[in-house]
Design a protein around this ligand. Structure first.
Ligand SMILES: Nc1nc2c(c(=O)[nH]1)N=C([C@H](O)[C@H](O)COP(=O)(O)OP(=O)(O)OP(=O)(O)O)CN2
Ligand SMILES: [Zn+2]
Length: 158
């Protein structure tokens, strides 16, 4: 194996936390019938809850002095500040982002919210690679901060 003496090892750091939250899948862009048809039991007016599992993946070079990609004490504190926003909350009513923007509390949107909320609190935000949110044992969602600009049929930005 040939190693450039200036090359630095790149390592992924992954931390997991859990939180409990309730929600109801309902879109203001759909009528009651459409909501029922699309979201089924998840549209029931009494709502339901999940024990979400949240994975945070960082990627970076090992710091020569500390031997760390990122100080876990910092990551714990930053993730904890985000968890305070969602743990034991009703996502639709208690979380400003979902309530004010009328966002449907799908786990796709939860993953995006957790990613953005963590990134803006991180000491080195460029190291955030992706978040993964497990809604149930069967369903999980990954967000890497990627976005697509929607185009009309002529290829122009909408
Ligand atoms: N694309 C998405 N679809 C659905 C989401 C979502 O976030 N994104 N969420 C839900 C519900 O919130 C729901 O709670 C999922 O529950 P359920 O269907 O019971 O979960 P499982 O798939 O794990 O269980 P099954 O017993 O296999 O149905 C729905 N859709
Ligand atoms: Zn649900």
């Amino acid at each position: 194996m040939s190693l450039n003496s200036h090359s630095r090892p790149i390592v992924d750091l992954i931390r997991c936390e859990t939180f409990s939250a309730s929600h109801r899948l309902n879109s203001e862009a759909l009528n009651a019938e459409e909501n029922k048809e699309i979201f089924g039991k998840c549209n029931n007016s009494n709502g339901h809850g999940h024990n979400y599992r949240w994975e945070v993946h960082l990627r970076g070079v090992i710091d020569e002095k500390t031997g760390m990609v990122y100080n876990l004490e910092n990551l714990k504190r930053e993730m904890s500040a985000v968890l305070d926003l969602v743990d034991h909350k009703n996502l639709d009513l208690d979380v400003d982002y979902f309530r004010e923007n009328k966002m449907v509390s799908t786990t796709e949107n939860v993953a995006m919210f957790l990613y953005d909320s963590l990134k803006e609190r991180m000491e080195k935000p460029d190291l955030l690679l992706k978040v993964k949110v497990h809604e149930t044992d069967k369903n999980s969602f990954v967000y890497k901060g990627q976005r697509m600009i929607p185009l009309d049929e002529g290829g122009h930005e909408i």
